[in-house]
Design a protein around this ligand. Sequence first.
Ligand code: F6P
Length: 541
Amino acid sequence: MSSMEVIWSDLVRHREDFSSFHLRDAFAEDPERFARYSAEMDDCLTLDYSRNRINDKTLMLLEALIAQADVAERYQAMKSGALINNTEGRAVLHIALRGSVADDLSVDGQAVMADINAVKERLYTFAKGVRDGSIAAKDGQPFTDVVNVGIGGSDLGPHMVTAALAAYHDGPRVHFVSNVDGAHMGDTLKGLDPARTLFLVASKTFTTQETMTNARAAKAWLTAAIGEDAVADHFAALSTNKAGVEAFGINTDRMFEFWDWVGGRYSVWSAIGLPVMIAIGPEGFEDFLAGARAMDSHFETAPFRENIPMLMAALGLWYRNVWACASVAVLPYDQRLLYFADFLQQLDMESNGKTVRNDGSPVLRQTGPVIWGAAGTNGQHAFYQELHQGSDITPCEFLVAAKPSEADQHQHDLLLSNCFAQVEALAFGRTAEEAKAQLEASGKSPQEVAALTTHKVFPGNRPSSLLFYDKLTPKMLGRLIALYEQKVFVQGVVWGVNSYDQWGVELGKELANKLAPAVEKAERGEGEPAILDRLKAYRAR
Ligand code: F6P
């Protein structure tokens, strides 16, 4: 048995130590539990992981597991520009995008920082121009609206970040269109004036069906209203595919490039971040990058018990592989982080939703969990019932700021109380005695008390972690995203998968392209799905 397998077996055995563990008792027995199981960085971000089914031995074993997986070596390999995305023969260097000029990162012996900074300068000049009106529409007037046309990593990151930083917007309005469903583009364009609208076509490959279809629809809408010659002023492209951009009709001086070593779901730090730069300005974007850089350096240098991404990765492995928890709920108590769980779905599930290891052999255990969630307090009135009393244990990750980005302190206090209440309720629950006493105190008859008590019991002992930070600034958001990127990296290394390819999305794309002509004609050819016959019938009605 390999050393890692020995540790996995130790961890499985160690789970038995928790057969009579309850977080209620753990806190009662150890008033220092928060101090023992929390970590802080930069005096503004705390991970409180005290409400988890863990003790010192758990952490010791998980630390050993991660060390045995050579996470540190793998990270150095990533930084050295080695082709760690082995199935695509690519380096993985998104961390360079937030690195400082002093960092000496290279791919294939070629230094990358000079290229990154040159493109960044062009992006900042463009963003400033759009914001101050010096980069104008065809009629010389400033743009009021910017529409980002992209999908997956070319949409989820910039969309989530733009929404999260709404308090910092001082540029034109920014919209996002991703779905090939024409309703998405149609609804977005309804309120817009073609003469005042700039389109950013964001696609690493510049071949993605949804994006190219939407980009063509946008072009048709624009040119029908203000003429064929409007494309030059009203379009820009964010891509690695120069030929594709030119073929679409966008001049390459309006193209902002990135590189094949930037994975789609890791690309918000690159040219794909242009909508964010336009919304909050280059200075704000620099703060965003600085936050991520700070998290990278924390990740690289902090010891395990103080290392927030490492700890979160370790807890994820513990629940996924030892407790067989199939999902993780991400619960930001922040309306502005409305799309955070959506973003993390791609980051985590596209990265680690794999069953084949780097070397082609099968993965020996469960990999990436289902990531889901919604902003609090809305989720409380939807799915929290299941979190508290359902038959599955779902580890929860709560996020909340001490201060609101703007607005009402009173409402923010209520938001905080709700968040803190949920973590307490999940951990401590309510016993039968407490439920009974509460019912009696509310004047219920003995029969009613007997009938209702079991329904009112909360088992508690449900694990959660809390990311608590001072305020959702661009810098803090940079920290949070990089935190999750590094967490996903650590877990991918432990599972031995390539976290940077996504072959699992190809088959559906291929079939959709193949089926498109048959769907258009509503005619079923050989080997095509029987539902096409029904399509023909329904269309005929
Ligand atoms: O969904 C698969 C995927 O390849 C993602 O990894 C990527 O972010 C997305 O499609 C969009 O790709 P592109 O930026 O090339 O249009």
